[in-house]
Design a protein around this ligand. Structure first.
Ligand code: FMN
Length: 350
């Protein structure tokens, strides 16, 4: 066990939200692990943007863009900060974050607590010129009169500073947000994002824009979203956010808490939805697989189901940041054992 794994264990003695704060502070003090980002066999290029390796940090850990460089230094190939909303927001009352230790899972109903675009933009500006892929996950304020305008505002303010964008329309903790996944609302959103992108690209150069979806979608909804994204110029789908479902067999006392479930129990449903999106898009739309990745085996399963890259968050709570290096080592070993020269050859080969 490394010092960092021990750190992760110690953090679990605190209540989850305090532990999260302590972990952010430790990372910003440079106490995280050090691992090179470069991994030529695991590198991936999506919409012209090259990720030095395919294992990314999912949104929600670094909502205010406080520690992207420390997370990159820990070995993540890319870091997605946010979700950020135009105006600062307190989020829901505490407690709102629950550790389901027996299930290796987390339930959260944070509700987009974040410091808003001003603070986020300032931090990204300060790291101008630094290497590394840092994405901005953008959201909408809970009390916004025009939620689509909030996403456009996120693009507009952060375009010069972020490597890519993810429009998060799938958090279960902002009432009504997931309705943006329905066809008419999605066509409107994508149309307005596209319009904004054209001007921003002319002024500052291109940036990939991804869309993050829920795992709680049926076949028809998956087909509609895939079609809208292909027609609407979205560069990749991030599949998936947390689930409002509670799969049978959860053992933890807090399993009935309201909010989005993530971690191990999300692996199967989110990987199924990923495979369904891969089938629906037939490889025409890159996919980023998220949900329950806690080992190389799970990362590999996401790749085989159609993911070009993966992200994780909840497993860090149980495994510590040393996990990213272990997953990369395991993926390289797996590629070699199965006779692949590069990760891209394994995508969708289920
Ligand atoms: C505490 C917490 C906060 C999160 N906040 C966000 C968020 O602000 N925006 C977002 O797109 N996803 C958010 N997520 C979802 C994660 O990015 C990820 O999609 C989900 O947790 C599944 O991955 P995992 O099983 O590896 O955690 C959050 C997850 C957790 C556990």
């Amino acid at each position: 066990m490394t010092l960092h794994d021990l750190g992760a264990r110690t953090l679990r003695l605190f209540d989850p939200e305090t532990a999260h704060g302590v972990s952010l502070a430790a990372m910003s003090l440079g106490l995280g692990p050090r691992h090179s980002q470069r991994d030529p066999t695991l590198s991936v290029t999506i919409a012209g943007l090259t990720f030095p390796n395919c294992v990314g940090l999912a949104a929600g850990y670094d909502k205010n863009a406080e520690v992207p460089d420390a997370m990159l230094a820990a070995g993540f190939g890319f870091v997605e900060c946010g979700s950020v909303t135009p105006r600062p927001q307190d989020g829901n009352p505490r407690p709102r974050l629950f550790r389901l230790t027996e299930d290796r899972a987390v339930i959260n109903r944070m509700g987009f607590n974040n410091q808003g675009l001003d603070a986020f933009e300032e931090r990204l500006k300060r790291r101008r010129g630094m290497p590394g892929v840092v994405g901005a996950n953008i959201g909408a304020n809970k009390d916004s009169a025009d939620r689509t305008a909030d996403y456009v505002e996120g693009l507009r303010r952060l375009w010069p500073w972020a490597s890519y964008f993810t429009a998060n329309i799938s958090s279960p903790n902002t009432p009504g947000l997931r309705a943006l996944q329905t066809r008419a609302a999605l066509d409107d959103l994508l149309g307005r994002l596209r319009e904004a992108r054209a001007g921003l690209t002319a002024a500052h150069g291109p940036r990939p824009v991804f869309l993050k979806v829920a795992p709680d979608l049926d076949e028809g909804e998956i087909a509609q979203i895939a079609e809208a994204c292909l027609a609407g110029g979205i560069d990749a789908l991030v599949v998936s956010n947390t689930t409002v479902d509670r799969p049978g067999g959860l053992r933890s006392r807090q399993a009935a808490e309201t909010g989005g479930l993530s971690g191990k129990p999300l692996f199967q449903p989110s990987t199924q939805v990923l495979a369904d999106f891969y089938a629906a898009t037939q490889g025409r739309l890159p996919l980023i697989g998220v949900g329950g990745v806690g080992s190389a085996q799970e990362a590999w399963a996401k790749i085989r189901a159609g993911a070009s890259a993966v992200q994780l968050y909840s497993a860090l709570v149980f495994e510590g940041p040393g996990l990213v290096g272990r997953i990369r080592d395991g993926l390289r070993a797996r590629l070699a054992a199965e006779g692949f020269g590069h990760l891209s050859e394994a995508v969708g080969r289920s």
